[in-house]
Design a protein around this ligand. Structure first.
Ligand code: NAP
Length: 246
């Protein structure tokens, strides 16, 4: 069905990006995987018959050289690279952490979209899938740097639909709640004990649950734009309201 179509997934070395790259490959796409940890990326790409390319979305030159290695036609761009750093209140916020979060979640997504726009258009049915978050429309104490960045992603997704109206381009935003990945390990700078508490005594989503949604949205007919999909675990009512057993 989708054989010969090309998909690009950023942040494909772990979590949602890895699961999405695997699911798109299983759906018949030729997948180009980008991330900074090239060893992990190469192993995943080898497993799915995809292509691993070094990519740091926070670096404009890296985005440019990644883009030039891609084929002339790209059907799907999954802007997934990103994440959260720290949980400090606004009155004590860490400049380096906020800058890094805006670099990857917001500017990185915009850089990738700009760099691939021509290739997406050339495919005749270009599709940008932005991995946002429920943090794009909800807030929680200590989360302002991350929630502000994901609110920005939401604004960009909506703006793209306005700017691309009349072009063969689709824009989908997928907004997950709690997904068990390396997200919390990264947020807490490698503190595995603190990270594991985020998922303790509850049942979070898996990366595969989000990958399913990406494949569903991208395999609709060209005239169907799935604007937004919000997916939470049954055990989560809001960003800061999680049911825990015992
Ligand atoms: P993860 O396991 O930590 O994966 C994050 C991925 O992003 C990694 O592959 C990482 O690869 C990549 N990445 C980070 N900064 C990058 C950069 N500057 N350039 C290129 N790649 C970069 O976490 P995840 O949960 O799968 O997160 C994926 C996306 O889902 C993020 O946008 C996150 O905000 C969003 N999200 C996650 C959750 C959740 O609960 N887990 C919920 C809602 C939304 P390298 O380190 O190898 O570069």
């Amino acid at each position: 069905m989708t054989t010969h179509k090309v998909a690009v997934v950023t942040g494909a070395s772990s979590g949602i990006g890895e699961a999405t790259a695997r699911a798109l490959a299983a759906a018949g796409y030729t997948v180009y995987l980008g991330a900074r940890r090239l060893d992990r990326l190469r192993a995943i790409a080898a497993d799915i018959g995809g292509h691993a390319l070094a990519l740091d979305v926070a670096d404009a030159a890296s985005v440019q050289s990644f883009a030039t290695a891609l084929p002339a036609h790209v059907h799907v761009l999954v802007n997934n690279a990103g994440g959260a750093l720290g949980l400090a209140p606004v009155a004590e916020f860490d400049e380096a952490q906020w800058l890094a979060m805006f670099q990857s979640n917001v500017l990185g997504l915009a850089r990738m979209t700009r760099a691939l726009h021509g290739r997406l258009l050339a495919s005749g049915d270009g599709h940008v899938v932005n991995i946002g978050s429920i943090a794009g429309f909800e807030t929680y104490s200590g989360g302002a740097g991350y929630t502000a960045a994901k609110h920005a992603v939401r604004a960009i997704s909506e703006t793209l639909r306005l700017e691309w109206l009349g072009q063969p381009m689709r824009v989908t935003e997928i907004d997950p709640g709690l997904v068990e990945t390396e997200f919390s390990l990264v947020r807490f700078a490698g503190d595995a004990e603190r990270a594991s508490k985020v998922y303790a005594a509850t049942r979070p989503l898996t990366a595969g649950d989000i990958a399913d949604a990406v494949v569903w949205a991208t395999t609709r007919p060209a005239h169907v734009n799935v604007d937004q999909i919000v997916i939470r675990p049954t055990d989560q009512a809001r960003a800061d309201k999680v049911f825990r057993r015992g």
